[in-house]
Design a protein around this ligand. Structure first.
Ligand code: NDP
Length: 308
């Protein structure tokens, strides 16, 4: 029987672990399918406070992990596949069938950027293909880049990238954006942004060189193919929270993000932190902040029920 189980090893889960371990709550962390979370898919992180020279994403989460271990956090590999939060203790089942019981669970399973799903894109993720303009945009100074998508994220990313890139091509599969009018107006008026309508990315070039040099586009109306030269491709076609095991158990919105109030879910003793409950900010710093909040809430809850 565990006191606190934290699911996820991104900045939210690891910050929660640091706080819980320092409070002598002996947390167990389940590593999840992508140990280290989304930060491991980015290269340089320049906006996490405390690292003025920037830090590699994987190194940053490794440092957080070391810090959690220093105070006695235990780690277990595995993916949580089902949960039973309908009775006490709370119960979790891992992919290999192992069951874990706990008084408190902190869900920090994160989200993943949706990608286009083409082979060349997959090969070049982290080598010019990115799912996060705020994370990686500043690495593309004075070079042309492209953004795919027609929602608010794509608009925000395109505008953000104009601060660095020499030119931003915004590629959308239809002739109408779904983004809010104010964002669309800014994008349309921006001299550095060019919009390519009715088009999809057929191939990211150049897999042989292991870097992005351009894109092969296809006009979905005419079938015409064209190529553009870019040094980076930012895929902004939405995110998916990793909430599958919690469907029907924890309250979530229509996109699957967990609904929380100060990290508390609707079930006593179950907290959520980081991107799994945040569709808006999605930053390492905000994830770490909410991980801290969840740990403090968990500590208070344990105190209230006479544990810990
Ligand atoms: P959305 O789901 O709103 O938009 C996704 C976009 O990607 C759509 O234009 C969609 O095209 C396109 N798309 C989806 N799949 C593919 C594909 N396989 N190939 C090509 N294009 C594809 O996601 P967002 O991340 O933009 O926004 C999510 C939520 O967050 C929204 O509610 C948004 O308003 C909100 N948000 C708000 C912000 C703000 O207010 N500042 C900033 C960022 C997000 P199609 O239109 O044809 O379906």
């Amino acid at each position: 029987m565990e006191n606190i189980v934290i699911i996820g090893t991104g900045p939210a889960g690891l910050t929660a672990a640091i706080y819980c371990a320092r409070a002598n709550l002996n947390p167990l962390v389940i590593e999840g399918i992508q140990p280290g979370g989304q930060l491991t898919t980015t290269t340089e992180v320049e906006n996490f406070p405390g690292f003025p020279e920037g830090i590699d994403g994987t190194t940053l989460v490794m440092k957080m992990r070391e810090q959690a271990e220093r105070f006695g956090t235990r780690f277990q590999s595995g993916e949580v596949t089902t949960v039973d939060f309908s009775r006490r203790p709370l119960s979790l089942t891992l992919d290999e069938g192992q069951k874990i019981e706990a008084t408190v669970v902190i869900v920090a399973t994160g989200a993943r950027a949706r990608y286009l799903g083409i082979a060349s894109e997959k090969t070049l993720i982290g080598r010019g293909v990115s799912g996060c303009a705020t994370c990686d945009g500043a690495l593309y100074r004075d070079v042309p880049v492209a953004v795919v998508g027609g929602g608010d994220t794509a608009m925000e990313d395109a505008l953000f990238l104009t601060r660095f890139a020499s030119h931003v091509t915004l590629i959308h599969r239809r002739h109408e954006f779904r983004a809010s009018k104010i964002m669309v107006d800014r994008v349309v008026a921006h001299p550095k942004i060019e919009i390519v309508w009715d088009s999809v990315v057929e191939e990211v070039l150049d897999v042989a060189r292991q870097e992005v040099t351009g894109l092969r586009l296809k006009n979905v109306k005419t079938g015409a193919l064209s190529e553009i030269k870019v040094a980076g491709l930012f895929v902004a076609i939405g995110h998916e929270p990793n909430t599958k095991p919690f469907k029907g158990v924890l309250n979530m919105n229509e996109q699957g993000y967990l609904l929380t109030e100060n990290t508390r879910t609707q079930i006593e003793g179950v907290f959520a932190a980081g991107d799994v409950q945040d569709a808006v900010y999605r930053q390492a710093a905000t994830a770490a902040g909410s991980g801290c909040m969840a740990a403090l809430e968990a500590e208070r809850y344990l105190g209230r029920i006479g544990h810990g």
